[in-house]
Design a protein. Structure first.
Length: 317
């Protein structure tokens, strides 16, 4: 992507001005053997650069293996990292400046039970670690875990839950820019809960209800100054850049599929968005504070109609 490309033209993309070249090797087994129905394996190497100026960022290695067993449960492992570190040109927020990030990587394990059964559940957990920058800054590492059970009452109704927790310790990142670029050592936390219920009145009319709460905090421990060589130096800066962010959504809607590829949707949404610098002591205090914030309610209508050009041309539409 060029440096002029709008990263949101085709959905959410974190950044533009990037080039990637690499190679990928896959090995898949589709014929059942032993305890397995199939296996999927892949490993890839990616060389990342900026598009403009054309400078090297780092080498990324990504690998995964996913096995489907005879009972239709699934187990997978995912590995990813920059073993030699990278020059991060995006984190400083100033064109031409970069942060020399030490080598880092993560491993994630996933498990999914048999989706044919009424009760299906997914489990996932992972651990990431980054090399030490120097003796002043503690070891950076992060952990996460989650569970997502789904219960199907019958062919018409089901309920899906999701609970996800993420915690990063001693992560290093951008704090602010004044006459200098300020970086901070901080602890990050994300706690997400959601529930979704679906009901099909007929084959063409469905009802959906979804409630989701996303809570994220950033608590700064120490501040540093990013020098011109991409390294961190001591700083006496002591601003408050803590973040306490909440997003709450409650959605309810009905969808009518009145023709092949065509549908009419009506949705009601209740939402709360709030960000401040005061981090509550626990989850329930955060909920109490969040529900005291202003709420927004909206109703939306969406219609999609599929035209078959061939039928239109023949006058059969």
């Amino acid at each position: 992507m060029t440096d002029k490309y709008n990263p949101n033209d085709l959905g959410y993309i974190t950044n533009n001005n990037s080039m990637e070249s690499g190679a990928k090797v896959t090995y898949n087994v589709f014929k059942p053997f032993g305890r397995f129905n199939n296996l999927q394996n892949a490993i890839s190497l990616s060389f990342n650069r900026l598009y403009k100026p054309s400078v090297y960022i780092g080498l990324n290695i990504d690998a995964f293996s996913i096995a489907t067993f005879k009972n239709n449960s699934v187990f997978g492992i995912h590995l990813n990292g920059y073993p030699n570190g990278m020059k991060d040109y995006y984190e400083p927020r100033i064109p031409g400046r970069y942060f020399c990030k030490p080598g880092y990587g993560f491993m994630e394990l996933i498990y999914s039970s048999d989706s044919r059964k009424a009760l299906k559940y997914e489990l996932f957990t992972g651990l990431g670690r980054q090399g030490k920058i120097d003796d002043r800054i503690g070891q950076s590492y992060w952990i996460w875990a989650g569970i997502s059970p789904r219960y199907r009452f019958n062919d018409k109704s089901s309920v899906t839950l999701l609970m996800r927790y993420y915690k990063a310790f001693n992560s290093i990142g951008f704090a602010r820019t004044d006459s200098l670029i300020r970086f901070g050592q901080r602890d990050n936390m994300v706690f997400e809960n959601s529930i979704k219920a679906s009901y099909y009145l007929t084959g063409n009319i469905s009802f959906d209800i979804r409630v989701r709460h996303y809570w994220s905090t950033v608590k700064y421990i120490e501040f540093y100054t990013l020098d011109s060589e991409g390294y961190l130096s001591e700083s006496d800066y002591a601003g408050n850049h803590n973040i306490n962010f909440n997003s709450f959504n409650a959605d309810m809607g009905v969808t009518w599929r009145f023709a092949p590829g065509s549908e009419l949707t009506v949705f009601w949404k209740n939402s709360i968005l709030n960000q401040d610098k005061v981090i509550p002591d626990d989850y329930f205090m955060d909920l109490k504070n969040m529900f005291g914030q202003p709420q927004m309610n909206s109703i939306s209508f969406k219609a999609i109609y599929y035209f078959d050009y061939q039928s239109l041309r023949r006058g059969k539409l």
